[in-house]
Ligand binder design. Structure first.
Ligand SMILES: NC(=O)c1ccc[n+]([C@@H]2O[C@H](COP(=O)([O-])OP(=O)(O)OC[C@H]3O[C@@H](n4cnc5c(N)ncnc54)[C@H](O)[C@@H]3O)[C@@H](O)[C@H]2O)c1
Ligand SMILES: [Zn+2]
Ligand SMILES: [Zn+2]
Length: 369
């Protein structure tokens, strides 16, 4: 069939709305008519990072839509179902069967290679392949091919525009708090980088009643949004307003003097990750979530003397089939209030959406057809 996609034709190019050919869904595939797709920083990063031979490429991994067809091997998903699309996993390897689908042995092949396991691509143009299958969806498109392992069936009453980002950004931030850190009201959390991922973490921390939440971000708009969840903002660029010792000293001051129980980094800036480590109290835990740095600076002496833990997480250690419905239920109960983080754009405005999120004008752009 013919469908329209927001394709990136070469490394670093803008998105371009073009018609391509989409093949019939294979036995294990689900054809989804996309209603809305969130834009994650990972789309923006990888469209400027993947090697030139992986273009043209269709990104998009926060799709939500309505099932139009299912392959004969697919069970549990029917035509007409509303689905939120997330990342793929094989669901049979050791990590998958131990509830760690984000660390699936086949994760790279299933999510990032631009093609099916058999080497074919879902999209083509004038007979030439167009790379897709990004997170098993490539949903910056009017129609996408997905799989039973990354299609989360949701209730017909759900507004797909609001839940599209649950497939990655919101799930990652919230999952890091709910699955990985599990803070109590007696704990404190400092978030470095308050975009969609950081703010979803803050919303989840508010839900858990975490006593002190600190939001570090140079963008005033992001700190203001964090304040709506009860977070205290710190501007790392306002050096004159910070005590001696800078951001680290300020976070310690705000967290009772000894430092935060937990820290989270979404900036992927090496020096910021080091600040996040130094902001922790003894035996505190830092989770680094950002993509893009090749190396992080670690304060080795501080690490040794304090028994701190530095770890990373894929998608907040979530299984989307469990976490997406859980977050939708929390949201419906008024407990994970992230609706206001979303700004919708028609797909024709996708490049404006990219510019706006990079400038901090919006938190989570969601493209709608
Ligand atoms: N681990 C995962 O599974 C996973 C999932 C989704 C996204 N990601 C990654 O998470 C990161 C965040 O994604 P996002 O969509 O929220 O991006 P975003 O660009 O909206 O947020 C990043 C924030 O960091 C802030 N920042 C910049 N410099 C800073 C500094 N010196 N100190 C503090 N904050 C600073 C920016 O102002 C911005 O608000 C990206 O790298 C993305 O690729 C990882
Ligand atoms: Zn697996
Ligand atoms: Zn993402």
């Amino acid at each position: 069939m013919r469908t329209t996609v927001a394709v990136v034709n070469s490394q670093g190019a803008d998105f371009s709305l073009e018609e391509v050919e989409l093949g019939e869904p294979q036995a294990d595939e689900v054809l989804v008519k996309i209603v809305a797709t969130g834009l994650c920083h990972t789309d923006i990063h990888l469209k400027g990072f993947l090697p030139e031979e992986m273009f043209p490429n269709v990104f998009g991994h926060e799709g939500a839509g309505i099932v139009e067809a299912v392959g004969e091997g697919v069970t549990g998903i029917a035509v007409g179902d509303k689905v939120v699309l997330s990342f793929r996993s094989c669901r049979t390897c050791d990590n998958c069967t131990h509830d760690l689908v984000g660390y699936c042995d086949s994760s790279l092949l299933l999510n990032y290679m631009g093609m099916r396991m058999d080497g074919s691509t879902t999209y083509s143009r004038d007979g030439a392949p167009v790379f897709g299958n990004f997170f098993g969806q490539s949903s910056l498109s009017q129609h996408a091919i997905a799989y039973a392992d990354n299609c989360v069936v949701v209730d017909q009453s759900v507004d797909l525009t609001k839940v599209a980002p649950y497939g990655c950004g919101f799930q990652t931030g919230a999952g890091t708090v709910l699955n990985v850190l599990k803070p109590t009201p007696a704990d404190s959390l400092v978030v470095f980088g308050c975009g969609a991922v950081g703010l979803a973490a803050i919303a989840a921390a508010k839900h858990l009643g975490v006593g002190t939440i600190v939001a570090v971000d140079p963008l005033e708009s992001r700190r203001e949004t964090a304040a709506r969840y009860g977070a205290v903002g710190v501007d790392p660029s306002a050096e004159a307003d910070l005590p001696e010792g800078g951001v680290v000293a300020k976070v310690k001051e705000l967290t009772g003097g000894s430092g935060a129980s937990y820290a989270l980094d979404t900036t992927a800036i090496s020096a910021v990750v080091k600040q996040a480590q130094q902001s922790l109290r003894v035996r505190g835990t830092l989770v680094a979530l950002g993509l893009g740095a090749e190396e992080y600076a670690i304060d080795a002496i501080d690490l040794l003397q304090t028994g701190k833990v530095i770890k990373a997480s894929i998608e907040g250690d979530s299984d989307p089939l469990e976490m997406v419905p859980r977050l939708i239920a929390l949201n419906a109960a008024g407990e994970f209030d992230v609706d206001d983080l979303i700004a919708t754009y028609p797909f024709s405005e996708i490049n404006t959406a990219v510019a706006d999120v990079l400038a901090g004008k919006v938190v989570k752009p969601v493209l709608v057809w």
